[in-house]
Each structure stands twice: as structure tokens, then as C-alpha cells.
Design a protein. Structure first.
Length: 272
């Protein structure tokens, strides 16, 4: 009997053969597929799948994570489609089920969840040894981080402006930040999916803002720049806050990027 793997939707997948044709609609997982040595099997990706740069440029684009081109995917004749609960729309995924034999649903919510993600992809695409090596690297990074003492900080992690949007406590981003003892504000939880996971903010109606130590301006999905940082620094409501830019890929991309991302946060949290 072939080994099996269960995805985030509870669907059991058998091990695919060497002729698997994979379309990934999740940028961080596209990067992870290449890290697992699946270069030849990846036949489609979104325009946001930009890593590894030298390899993804050879892979056909099939739209965005939400504005998916169904006909482009159909033309690629994929055997497997990889999606994510937060990043892809359910209606689109249901339409793709009509002609893609295997849809793999992912939903990492903590850095530790990457261990099961590596194992899932390794089992489905027969890259168990490669997946195990990624697990060992991530486990070493997690142990290293747990052994360090980081100053407690309340942080406001901004992902959008007009309107301002942040992240709920039960998001992957918040869990990553917690590794270095950074606690996100506002103290809200958004559930398993949906807009509540990324709450809108009004600085004039945010009593918790007084407790914020650092404001982090992410490079994605909105690309905050030094100009935005400087403008916020002039806002009297934020006069006593440390405001800085942060690499959103390092914090929000799960998969193989988490290994480097945790080291990035360690360095950031250790900077005076």
C-alpha cells in the first residue's frame, strides 16, 4: 500500500509519481516546492510567486492568488493544485476541482506548523528525505530562538493603509512575532479565516494604542516605504512609538522561508 498524507481540509492524498504536474497558487509554497527539489514538476504559479527568482521565471504564470486564470491552468493539465485557506478563494478552488484531479489544501497557522507542511509535501511528492532535512533545520532554529531571552514588546503590525489594517492574534504573522516575545495589538482573534483575521483600525478610536511599543510597517501586501514611516513619525498620536519597516516575506511566508524568517526576527529583536 502506498503511503498517504492528509491535508488541511482532511483530504487523504496518495504519493504522486514522477510525472506529477503541479500548479501552486501559494507563493511561499511555490518556493518550498523548489526547496524540495521539485523543479521539473512545477508547471504553473501565480505572478506573486517570485522565489527562487532564477527558477520561477521559467514557470508559466496563471494569474494571481485570487484573480486566477482558469483556462491557463486547464491548458497546463495539472495533476495537483496547491492552495491555501487564507490566500485563495473557495469559489475559485471549487471551479478548479472540475478538472484538476488532486487539490492539496494548506493552512499553517504557527511556525511549528511548517513541520507538518514539509512532511505533507514530502509525502505527496516523494521527497521525504528533503522534507526531513527542512524539518531538522527548522527545529534547530526554533530551539535556538527558545533558548534566547527577548525583551517583551507590544507591536502594531500594519499590512495596509486607507484603511489601516493589522493582524489578529491567531494569525501566522502574530505567531511568528511571538517567537521573539513580541505581542500583537489590538488583542483580537479572527477565527480560522476571513477578514476578521486582518482587522481595520482607526487611530482616533484605539485606546490600546497607548500600550504599543513598536509599529511595524510590512513590505507586503501593501508596500510600505520610508516615506510612509516618516509620515507616521510626524503623527502626534504616535509621538512616542518606535516605527520601522519590516520585511513581510520574512514574517508572513511559511514553508522554507520560515527558517530564514525566524533568524531575521532574532536579529531585528536584538537590535537596540
Amino acid at each position: 500500500m502506498q503511503p498517504r498524507a492528509v491535508d488541511a481540509a482532511g483530504v487523504t492524498h496518495e504519493t504522486a509519481g514522477a510525472d506529477a504536474r503541479i500548479v501552486s497558487l501559494v507563493p511561499s509554497i511555490t518556493e518550498t516546492l523548489f526547496a524540495l527539489g521539485l523543479d521539473r514538476q512545477v508547471v504553473g504559479r501565480t505572478g506573486f510567486c517570485v522565489h527562487p527568482h532564477d527558477k520561477v521565471r521559467e514557470v508559466r504564470k496563471v494569474g494571481g492568488t485570487k484573480a486566477v486564470k482558469l483556462d491557463a491552468i486547464r491548458a497546463l493539465r495539472p495533476t495537483h493544485l496547491i492552495v491555501n485557506i487564507d490566500e485563495n478563494e473557495r469559489d475559485t478552488v471549487e471551479q478548479l476541482r472540475a478538472f484538476v484531479p488532486h487539490i492539496v489544501v494548506t493552512h499553517p497557522q504557527t511556525p511549528q506548523d511548517n513541520l507538518s507542511l514539509y512532511a505533507l509535501l514530502g509525502a505527496i511528492f516523494d521527497r521525504r528525505h528533503e522534507a526531513q532535512r527542512l524539518c531538522e533545520r527548522l527545529e534547530a532554529r526554533l530551539r535556538e530562538t527558545a533558548a534566547q531571552a527577548f525583551a517583551a514588546q507590544n507591536v502594531l503590525y500594519l499590512i495596509w493603509r486607507e484603511p489601516w489594517m493589522s493582524v489578529a492574534r491567531d494569525t501566522y504573522i502574530a505567531s511568528m512575532l511571538q517567537l521573539v516575545n513580541w505581542r500583537t495589538l489590538p488583542d483580537v482573534r479572527g477565527g480560522t479565516a476571513g477578514a476578521a483575521r486582518y482587522p481595520m483600525l482607526d487611530f482616533d478610536d484605539a485606546p490600546w494604542l497607548a500600550d504599543v511599543d513598536r509599529i511595524l510597517l510590512s513590505s507586503e501586501p501593501y508596500r510600505f516605504t520610508q516615506t510612509h514611516r516618516d509620515a507616521l513619525a510626524r503623527d502626534p498620536r504616535l509621538a512616542d512609538k518606535r516605527i520601522e519597516l519590516i520585511d513581510g516575506e520574512m514574517v508572513s511566508w511559511y514553508g522554507v522561508r520560515a527558517i530564514e524568517g525566524i533568524a531575521y526576527l532574532q536579529r531585528l529583536a536584538s537590535t537596540p
